[in-house]
Write a protein that binds this ligand. Structure first.
Ligand SMILES: [Zn+2]
Ligand SMILES: [Zn+2]
Length: 161
């Protein structure tokens, strides 16, 4: 999700989106699934599964990892979160798009993960792979660099003597 100044508002919107999407898929956003989604969306950077397990567990109630992984699988399946392979973590998704049409842009300074959605991105790569005779099962392309916000901050820092 992009940088925003009204995070509570954008979190509420994300939850609305999740409810609507699940309803349209005939799926149930159980309290745990909802809570996991909320925790993933609470930050604009990628969240690791063990952090979620940590945050969901209280002193007298330990949440079992398989329970969290099942909730994550549900959210992945319904396109509510994306797996960030290079970070072994997850990010929330509040747009509706084909899973293969998205590339993740990962800021190495602030950790923000944003989406680059373009259905034409894959066309020449798919063609090149097919020409080489290789049969691809899935492609992951994650781009690491600096987000617009951090580029600006770095430039400012460099400008001060
Ligand atoms: Zn997405
Ligand atoms: Zn950044």
């Amino acid at each position: 999700m992009p940088h925003c100044n009204h995070h509570t508002h954008c979190l509420a919107q994300a939850l609305d989106h999740a409810e609507t999407l699940c309803r349209s898929h005939g799926a149930r956003l159980t309290p745990l699934r909802r809570r996991v989604f909320e925790l993933v969306c609470a930050s604009h950077s990628a969240v690791k599964a063990y952090d979620l397990i940590d945050r969901l567990s209280t002193e007298d109630h330990l949440v079992k990892p398989p329970t969290v992984y099942r909730a994550l699988d549900f959210l992945l399946e319904h396109g509510l979160i994306h797996r960030v392979d290079s970070l072994n973590a997850f990010v929330g998704c509040t747009s509706v798009h084909n899973p293969s049409d998205v590339r993740l842009l990962i800021c190495t300074a602030c950790g923000e993960v944003s989406e680059l959605i373009d259905p034409t991105l894959d066309v020449s790569m798919t063609l090149a792979i097919r020409t080489s005779g290789f049969q691809a099962s899935h492609t992951h392309l994650e781009i690491h660099g600096l987000c617009a916000h951090c580029q600006h901050t770095t430039t400012q820092e460099n400008a001060t003597p």
